[in-house]
Design a protein around this ligand. Structure first.
Ligand code: ADP
Ligand code: ASP
Ligand code: MG
Length: 414
């Protein structure tokens, strides 16, 4: 008997008809002789609606603890409705909130991290032959406060539970057929990948492919649980996210991703001597601001420019802190730009192929797209460009690396 954890996203449980459809799938999985844990998101639009409700109250920032209490209610609705729908099919299901199922987190409201999962309740439920229906996206901290795991966090709840239970597979049911070579809503020629390695998926998720929340991929990598991303609207085989050895194809470029929610800050005329970078970035990290790319120019006349990117949500705060730090270190000017996009290509095969970066830059140049920043790692190259060129850049890079036969497996890999 296999143990399967299934996760259904917001669109998949978007209305009562779809919830009934999910109930049928869950029951079919049970009837095929498996034990099933189902993790659900809030119904489509529900979480955004709750965020708007809080905004309508006015005031600057909602209280973080109460905001999590509010946001967690979306998933609570879905677990009850799905359990009822399963009951109507003549099978027993029991719903559990994060706290009830033993999902323990730290107290960082809004982006809490899972500290441990007490699986005893889930195991008892499964041993009774009952389907466990758990709320994604939420947990409780040591003091019993409700916490949430960050937007898209139900993926992480499901994969973490699959890891804790030692499940055979974690199936992520969503509104596309699997992981594509680019967001299929933006690049019509994107194609579904049969499988992709944890490493590539980790890069793709952190570089903008929101089909899986990045932390879910981290859990799966750490515990070696395979993820099967597939559609809740058909029975087609989806994409397997698995270890590199099990992936049959090794593509030069497996995915092209874009991220629009970043912003760029440039500090000009920074003295070029030891300790200055630390003084500039220390107050930003103390304020909990995550810095993404950092580029320092070669100095001329003993001064240099330092450019970095942050998430757009933290841009105003970061700009304020950078301005204060800049006057502290005697920098001449700070300028910011929110209309940027980060475009990346990701692929394990890059390690074996020279000239991938050159091809990327030449492709962008042929479209007249100027590159503002570049960062590379072994399996990815990212560039920052003007936001208005994001779709053009995505499509042309996809055409160059994936459609033109360049996505063929790398032949000379041992
Ligand atoms: P869910 O509500 O099921 O969690 P999400 O909206 O969070 O679904 O994630 C699925 C969406 O991710 C798709 O509708 C698609 O537009 C987007 N997406 C972005 N990049 C990719 C990609 N490379 N492959 C598949 N989907 C992607
Ligand atoms: N409902 C939450 C969100 O919209 C969590 C999730 O769907 O994964 O972000
Ligand atoms: Mg999601």
């Amino acid at each position: 008997m296999a143990l399967i954890v299934q996760k259904y996203g917001g669109t998949s449980v978007g209305d009562p008809v779809r919830i009934r459809n999910v109930a049928k799938r869950v029951v079919a999985t049970l009837e095929a002789g498996n034990q099933v844990v189902v993790c659900v998101s809030a119904m489509r639009g529900e979480t955004n609606g709750l965020v708007e409700l809080a905004q309508q109250l006015g005031g600057e920032q909602p209280d973080a603890r109460e905001f999590d209490v509010l946001l967690s209610t979306g998933e609570q609705k879905t677990i009850a409705l799905l359990s009822m729908a399963i009951g109507q099919l003549g099978f027993e299901a029991r719903s559990f909130t994060g706290g009830q199922m033993g999902m323990h987190t730290d107290s960082d409201f809004g982006r809490a991290r899972i500290s441990d999962i007490d699986c005893s309740t889930l195991r008892e439920t499964l041993d009774d032959g009952v389907i466990a229906v758990i709320a994604g996206f939420q947990g409780v901290d040591g003091a019993g406060n409700i916490t949430t795991l960050g937007r898209g966090g139900s993926d992480t709840s499901a994969v973490a539970v699959a890891c804790a239970l030692g499940a055979d597979v974690c199936e992520i049911y969503t509104d596309v057929d699997g992981v594509y070579t680019a967001d299929p809503r933006v690049v019509p020629n994107a194609r579904k990948l049969h499988s992709v390695s944890y490493e590539e998926m980790l890069e793709m998720a952190s570089l903008g492919a929101k089909v899986l929340q990045i932390r879910s991929v981290k859990f799966a990598t750490q515990y070696g649980v395979p993820i099967h991303v597939r559609s809740s609207f058909n029975d087609a085989e989806g994409t397997w996210v698995m270890s590199e050895e099990d992936v049959m194809e090794r593509l030069v470029v497996s995915g092209v991703t874009h991220k629009l929610n970043e912003a760029k800050i440039r500090v000009k005329g920074v003295q070029d001597h030891p300790g200055i970078a630390g003084k500039l970035f220390a107050p930003l990290s103390q304020a909990g601001i995550l810095i993404d790319m950092i580029v320092q120019n070669l100095s001329s006349d003993g001064t240099t420019d330092m450019t970095f990117t942050v998430s757009r949500a933290e841009y105003n705060k970061a700009l304020e802190i950078a301005n204060a730090a800049a006057s502290e270190i005697g920098a001449s000017e700070v300028e910011g730009d929110q209309s940027i996009a980060k475009i990346s290509i990701v692929g394990l095969g890059m390690q074996d192929h020279a000239g991938v970066a050159t091809r990327m830059f030449t492709t962008l140049a042929s479209e007249g797209i100027n590159i503002q920043l570049i960062s590379t790692s072994e399996i990815k190259i990212s560039v920052v460009i003007e936001e208005k060129y994001a779709e053009l850049a995505l499509r042309s890079l996809h055409a160059e690396f994936i459609e033109d036969g360049a996505a063929e497996p790398v032949a000379d890999v041992p």
